[in-house]
Ligand binder design. Structure first.
Ligand SMILES: N[C@@H](CCC(=O)N[C@@H](CS)C(=O)NCC(=O)O)C(=O)O
Length: 208
């Protein structure tokens, strides 16, 4: 049995839940993280992930943390070469977007998301909110240009792990109250993703 530790409101947990759904895996999900009754700082959880963060995956083979690593592991374990191709360049194109999402894109949205969605008191500097909003929109323009090229998914005609990490991020961008750049290719892509059960359940499910 696969167990996913982490709340379904977490963007990083949602990537993993969507990947499981895309592969057709049975799993149990246990809520962990702020806002749930299960504390990531408990000794039991820290033994799973010393970073005190979700998601964590546990299966018969071992325990893993880091959401993108978990998604790659699942695609490899269940031989879903459509989600993570074998050809080195094709695979690297998918991983490029995964790394970019985890580093560049995530850093862009953090401040304005904490301010506007989480309404966190420590994230209320107006200049920083604007800078984060502008940076987030600039990063979204990069996705727009890529989707203009492929006219389908992030790396081509097929859905890959690049779309799972990008899709949850686009949902967050659309659902965060702020000024949004006009991005028609991103909107068409969002509609395309909405045809997938995994995205409807864990991506476009009303949670930013
Ligand atoms: N790089 C990590 C980041 C994980 C992360 O930031 N998780 C957040 C939720 S999205 C978390 O666990 N926060 C602590 C909490 O919710 O208590 C990954 O991709 O798995």
């Amino acid at each position: 049995m696969i167990t996913i530790f982490g709340k379904a409101s977490s963007i990083n947990v949602r990537k993993v839940l969507w990947t499981c759904t895309e592969i057709g895996l049975n799993f149990e999900q246990i809520d962990y993280g702020s806002g749930t009754i299960n504390d990531v700082h408990s000794p039991d959880f820290l033994a799973l992930n010393p970073n005190a963060m979700v998601p964590v995956l546990r299966d018969e083979f071992g325990t893993l943390w880091e959401s993108n690593t978990i998604c790659r592991y699942l695609a490899n374990r269940y031989q879903r070469i459509d989600l993570l191709p074998i050809d080195p360049m094709e695979r690297a194109q998918v991983e490029k977007w995964m790394d970019w999402q985890a580093t560049e894109l995530n850093n862009a949205w953090r401040y304005v998301f904490m301010a506007r969605v989480r309404q966190h008191g420590e994230f209320q500097d107006a200049a920083k909110i604007l800078a984060s909003e502008n940076s987030w929109n600039r990063h979204m323009q990069i996705i727009e240009a890529q989707l203009d090229r492929t006219n389908a998914f992030m790396t081509g005609d097929q859905l890959t792990l690049a779309d799972i990490v990008t899709g949850v991020s686009i949902n967050r961008w659309r659902a965060t109250p702020m000024q949004h750049a006009v991005l028609p290719a991103v909107e068409a892509y969002f509609d395309r993703l909405c045809q997938r059960e995994g995205f409807l359940t864990y991506g476009a499910n009303g949670i930013p």
